[in-house]
Design a protein around this ligand. Structure first.
Ligand code: TXA
Ligand code: MG
Length: 334
């Protein structure tokens, strides 16, 4: 794999043209988006799509998100484009929102795992936008990590996980949002929030003027309308436990692990440092800042060989819904 540094704000057209020609030739390019890094291939090329699944080690029942240069390009891949899709696209595209609609025949069954629907997203990151424009094809791109591993928010994270499977890695620095896009399903009679993200439930409900359905828990098992709902997805190698309570709970949870000599870290927002463990990490008290830092922190703790990560439970709902969801998935007890 070759890695090329690109200016995240003003990517060099020559570098982008090279990446685009790899996409058009059926190759795989990892690239930054505002959420996490994507592993991209031509969504209209069945061999490229198969290479994406193989590279990730991803089960073929998990459909891919198709990235488009603009709303018009996205609309052309939908069989039906509901009024609410237009409303959300106008409001949030380009940006960290994925919209699921009924698919047109142009979308191959390989991309959607045989589902009659397709997930569409128009990213705002200048590198992703430039790559889509130069490629002139929609780009299927899951997060650029092996299946069930943590999503990558830097090029280093991508290289660590997928070094051999990618033709080119565009390094545009750290992803700004830091967690995956909000996914809304508009293919049925009721809108459904399939995956919480930085665009919040309340914002979406205000935009479309009616409530969204919410699956009982995003982390439930089959049948899965959404691969992000797979149990133990987005997981670090270390065991992660969300600790609901105060310092005494932290001590009670950590003590048996300490006794076994485990290497323990704590991610804290308000609590004081936990005594007797190996590392206390201070996390932001703002939800968006926390999300931006979350995966990078977990990647770092994995690299440093931690066995156990204890996390001060975040507040419920609202701006914290996406963070809570990713922590629940990353934890063994979720
Ligand atoms: O932020 C993101 O969305 C990143 C960047 C690279 O754009 N991509 C990403 O892709 O997270 P991936 O493949 O790791 O996650 C796939 C998500 C699933 O969780 C699911 O919600 C949705 O895409 N999905 C794809 N096709 C779907 C479909 N036909 N029906 C329902 N959900 C679908
Ligand atoms: Mg993923």
């Amino acid at each position: 794999m070759r890695t090329v540094r690109v200016d995240p704000l003003d990517p060099d057209p020559v570098q982008i043209a090279e990446a685009a020609s790899i996409i058009r030739g059926g190759g795989l390019v990892a690239f930054p988006t505002e959420t996490v890094y994507g592993l991209g291939g031509n969504a209209l090329d069945p061999d490229a799509v198969r290479r994406i699944y193989a590279a990730k080690g991803r089960p073929s029942y998990n459909p891919l998100i198709v990235h488009c240069a603009n709303t018009e390009a996205a609309r052309s891949l939908a069989l039906e484009w509901p009024r609410e899709a237009e409303t959300l696209a106008t409001r949030y595209w380009p940006g960290p929102l994925t919209i699921v609609v009924r698919k047109s025949e142009k979308i191959l069954p390989e991309v959607t795992a045989g589902l009659p629907t397709v997930a569409l997203r128009v990213p705002v990151h200048p590198v992703a936008a430039a790559l889509l424009a130069a490629s002139a094809v929609p780009i299927a791109a899951p997060s650029a990590n092996r299946f069930s591993e943590l999503s990558p928010t830097t090029a280093e994270h991508v290289a660590k996980s997928l070094e051999k499977q990618i033709d080119l890695l565009l390094d545009g620095g750290p992803a700004h949002v830091g967690i995956e896009s909000t996914v809304v399903d508009l293919s049925g009679p009721e809108p459904v929030l399939l995956r919480p993200g930085s665009i919040e439930l309340a914002q979406l409900e205000t935009a479309i003027g009616r409530p969204l359905q919410i699956p009982e828990t995003y982390a439930e098992t089959a049948p899965r309308p959404s691969p992000g709902m797979t149990h133990r997805h987005y997981s670090p190698t270390a065991t992660l436990i969300v600790v609901p309570g105060d310092m005494s709970t932290f001590l009670a949870v950590s003590e048996p692990h300490r006794a076994k000599g485990r290497k323990i870290a704590a991610l804290l927002r308000h609590l004081a440092a936990v005594p007797g463990i190996d590392r206390n990490v201070r996390m932001p008290s703002d939800a968006d800042d926390y999300a931006r830092k979350l995966y990078a922190t977990l990647h770092e703790l994995d690299d440093d060989g931690f066995d156990l990560i204890l996390v001060e439970a975040p507040p419920k709902g609202g701006a914290w819904a996406a963070v809570s969801d990713r922590l629940a998935r990353a934890s063994t007890s979720a």
